[in-house]
Design a protein around this ligand. Structure first.
Ligand SMILES: Nc1ncnc2c1ncn2[C@@H]1O[C@H](COP(=O)(O)OP(=O)(O)OP(=O)(O)O)[C@@H](O)[C@H]1O
Ligand SMILES: [Mg+2]
Length: 505
């Protein structure tokens, strides 16, 4: 039996899930889990990558049907045959990978499938745009309803996803890793939205791998491990260590295992690098074995700088030298040929092929290295993939399953593994541990550290201060497209970096 404490004596549950189970071929994703949500309360759902969190969300929102168990709303059993039924029962969700449409406007994305209509059944565009504008204002999103989605930053897309979730009359709001792509400033904004929803009496299920956030915003918690509910209760009475033990079944070292590496010669020299709109006059050296942290607010130009270094966008001025020679970066192909690879923040775009097995995704970019003898190829691919999967703590039924069946965090590990496997000279990692759980994070960091000690040079974009502070030999802070400064590992502290990033000196 799971340990469900009677946390709130005074509140009646708004929503109860009892004994919910769900199996996929070869995986028992959920095994009789219990979750209770109360009105005006945030419940954090915590668990390792693959523990079953998103599966639960998909059951609650009618996307998947459970194999067993029951769902009660206000004490009465409900069944959701499809997503509309869940919405009619007042349940809405922001999914880990909310599908939004690049070519549509912000308002169309918010109201897709439930646009206000006139008497003839035609979409009432004026009403739709007005309601979208009102929704965006209510969450303090500085976005016009008319903007095409493709012109928005990742953080702003996220606000659109939130507005979409709130565009239906909902009593239960589910957020599956809503903060993964946000900087701390936007997390504050999101938390203000959540406080507002709480005051309106909504029940909120909040999924995050970041403990600081969980403790700040949630009152209750439920921990999942391997598809089971292991414990639940009040966060005010439960320490982080205790929760981590429930999650992983053992205690985990919280410090990042960064090892000291002898920093070698300059590998990459970037001078006066500028872009017409995104960044200006960026100069730095990257040495052999060095991890350079790139810190800044979302929108500071970090990702754009990385994309230029990978030949995706063209700079307007400046020079890049690799091992002392100027190089031209007109396309990603040029960059890869020179030994520079880039792991983007959005894994869908340049990341993985969801229908392809894990092992092929990992070896995809290294094909030159595994095709020496045709018939050996698959065995080699497998061996390579196995090594990377182990080092990155990848959790999968087998290396032959399609990446699309993995949990979000495990997909992220495949992306990182795929590019590391190409053994580049320089790897640029954009938010490498986004969505990765606390135990696996240490594994990913250890592997990065180890590859650095073998001579790999790393540029690591991260919005997480502990990751930047723990892993970087040096940190470059960007603010509004410009360099706000660089600091050596021994000069670093959180306050300095936040001040540099925000300009509050
Ligand atoms: N459509 C599917 N087909 C096959 N297996 C699936 C499918 N969806 C989920 N799974 C499996 O179910 C298990 C639970 O996955 P889920 O996505 O719920 O994990 P999670 O807790 O959300 O993890 P993360 O923190 O990485 O997002 C995993 O083993 C996953 O591979
Ligand atoms: Mg998930």
């Amino acid at each position: 039996m799971s340990v469900v404490q009677a946390a709130h004596h005074t509140l009646t549950p708004l929503l109860e899930m009892r004994g919910i189970s769900k199996a996929f071929p070869g995986v028992k994703a959920l095994d009789q889990v219990d979750v209770i949500l109360y009105p005006g309360t945030v419940t954090a759902l915590i668990g390792e990558n693959g523990a079953g969190k998103s599966t639960l969300v998909k059951i609650l929102t009618g996307i998947y049907q459970p194999d067993g168990g029951e769902i009660l709303v206000d004490g009465a059993p409900v069944e959701f045959g499809n997503a509309d039924a869940a919405i009619r029962s007042g349940i809405t969700a922001i999914h880990q990978e909310t599908v939004l449409f690049d070519e549509l406007s912000v308002a169309e994305n918010i109201f897709l499938g439930h646009a206000p209509r006139d008497r003839l059944g035609l979409v009432n565009w004026a009403a739709m745009n007005a309601r979208a504008a009102a929704l965006l204002t209510s969450i303090d999103a500085p976005i016009s309803p008319y903007t095409r989605l493709k012109d928005l930053s990742i953080a702003h897309r996220h606000l659109v996803a939130i507005a979409r979730a709130l565009s239906v009359e909902a009593r239960v709001v589910i957020m599956d890793e809503p903060t993964a792509a946000l900087s701390y400033k936007e997390v504050e904004d999101l938390f203000r939205i959540i406080e507002r929803l709480k005051k309106q009496g909504k029940a909120i299920l909040f999924i995050s791998h970041k403990f600081e956030e969980v403790y700040e915003i949630a009152e209750h918690f439920v921990v999942f491990r391997d598809g089971r509910s292991i414990g639940s209760g009040l966060l005010s009475q439960t320490g982080q260590d205790e929760i981590v033990r429930m999650m992983v079944g053992r205690s985990v070292e919280h410090v990042f295992p960064k090892v000291d590496v002898t920093i070698g010669n300059t590998v990459l020299k970037v001078s006066g690098y500028s872009h017409p709109t995104e960044f200006d006059n960026i100069s730095f050296d990257l040495h052999r074995g060095e991890i350079l942290g790139l810190y800044g607010l979302v929108g500071a130009g970090r990702s754009e700088l990385c994309q230029a270094l990978f030949g995706i966008t063209r700079p307007s001025a400046g020079m890049v030298e690799l091992e002392g020679r100027p190089i031209a970066l007109h396309s990603p192909r040029d960059a890869i040929a020179a030994g520079i690879v880039y792991v983007p923040e959005e894994r869908g775009r340049h990341g993985v092929v969801l229908q392809m097995p894990i092992f092929q995704n990992i070896s995809m970019a290294t094909l030159g290295k595994t095709t020496r003898a045709g018939f050996l190829r698959q065995a080699e691919e497998f061996a390579l993939a196995r090594r990377y999967a182990e080092r990155l703590d990848l959790r999968a039924a087998a290396l032959s399953v399609p990446v699309g069946t993995l949990s979000g965090g495990n997909q992220q590990k495949v992306v990182v593994g795929k590019w590391l496997a190409t053994r580049p000279k320089v790897i640029i990692l954009d938010e490498p541990t986004k969505g990765i759980d606390i135990g696996s994070k240490a594994a990913v960091h250890a592997f990065m550290s180890e590859l650095a000690s073998e001579g790999l040079s790393v540029i690591m974009v991260s919005s997480e201060l502990p990751e930047i502070l723990g892993m970087s030999d040096r940190v470059l802070v960007m603010r509004e497209g410009r360099m706000a400064g660089t600091w050596r590992r021994d000069e670093l502290d959180a306050e300095t970096l936040v001040r540099a990033a925000t300009g509050n000196v």
